[in-house]
Design a protein around this ligand. Structure first.
Ligand SMILES: Nc1ncnc2c1ncn2[C@@H]1O[C@H](COP(=O)(O)OP(=O)(O)OP(=O)(O)O)[C@@H](O)[C@H]1O
Ligand SMILES: [Mg+2]
Length: 286
């Protein structure tokens, strides 16, 4: 496979050839709950009926260390890996099913996905507790399947380890001190920005080759770890073979990243990139 050459979509702009470690913008730190022993009195864990217990029971993890981030749809924990995972740090993402927080605007993303059985469909429709659990589980499984497929394809995504109930266990991006910061909190070195932009576009193209569009791509869902980009947060990813919104979502993903890179003087034509990528995909040229 050869990737599209994106250089023709740039305006000319001088590039300094110095690549250095990206600087992290100082913002208020999330306060990690230091040294949480699992099963202790962490209210966030208790409120979720111990969704991480299966990972402990199966020795995927040895200990839950701290909360990395509690986002709109999920809480991410940093965990110490166990015998089954080789002891590395792992990230456990636990989806919420407590209230009807409305996962994205569901129908756009769910078109073409496998339909639930009648009982589950009714529960979702009635917005019952069971329905909310079913729904959270669905998004979770979808993220799990997507990460598995993309990681196997060599994409820059965290390696997925296991999925149990509403919890997903994956490679932790970062180190014991802190999780890798998202792109929007990093000051990229100007000499390295064009390369990183091309890496990002090549990733989107690789996912498309494997019939996936991220569909919620933004600088919030790209982590920067040692000058490497790692892409996260795939529950809403869509398959262009069965979802008629795929092209629009691809255009939005590409436009979001182009907008981010504009601040570094990388002026790329987002429409042109998505059109080219899409037509190559349709022709089977990727
Ligand atoms: N594998 C990982 N390694 C390190 N940190 C991670 C990992 N996965 C997620 N995070 C952290 O947790 C945050 C939330 O994860 P994610 O984006 O997958 O969930 P979300 O529910 O969409 O959250 P948000 O609403 O904040 O986007 C990320 O912004 C990142 O800081
Ligand atoms: Mg996110």
């Amino acid at each position: 496979m050869h990737y599209m050459d994106y250089t023709d979509v740039f305006d000319d702009e001088p590039v300094r050839q110095r690549a250095a470690r990206p600087k992290v913008r100082r913002t208020k730190q999330e306060s990690p709950l230091s040294d949480i022993e699992h099963g202790g009195d962490n209210p966030q864990l208790e409120a979720q009926d111990d969704p991480l217990q299966p990972f402990l029971d199966e020795s995927w993890i040895r200990k839950v260390l701290h909360v990395v981030k509690s986002g709109k749809e999920a809480t991410v924990y940093c965990c110490e890996g166990g015998a089954a995972s080789g002891g590395e740090l792992l990230a456990a993402k636990v989806y919420r099913s407590r209230n009807n927080r409305g996962f994205k605007n569901d129908s756009i993303y769910q078109e073409g996905r496998i339909v639930l059985d009648a009982h589950e469909r009714r529960a979702v429709k009635n917005k019952s507790r069971k329905g909310r659990e079913v729904q959270a589980g669905e998004w979770m499984s979808h993220e799990w399947e997507t990460l598995r497929a993309l990681h196997a394809a060599g994409a820059a995504v965290p390696r997925p380890y296991a999925q149990r109930g509403n919890a997903l266990l994956m490679e932790y991006v970062g180190d014991q001190d802190s999780a890798a910061p998202p792109l929007h909190r990093v000051d990229l070195d100007r000499g390295d920005t064009r390369r990183l932009f091309e890496v990002a576009m090549a990733q989107i193209e690789l996912w498309l080759t494997h019939n996936r569009v991220h569909a919620d791509l933004s600088p919030y869902n790209v982590l920067v770890s040692r000058e490497r980009l790692v892409f996260i947060d795939f529950p809403q990813a869509v398959d262009p073979r069965s979802n008629s919104n795929a092209l629009a979502l691809l255009e939005r993903d590409i436009a979001n990243l182009c907008r981010y890179w504009e601040q570094y003087g990388v002026r790329a034509d987002a429409n042109r990139i998505s059109r080219k990528m899409w037509s190559r995909y349709i022709r089977g040229d990727l």
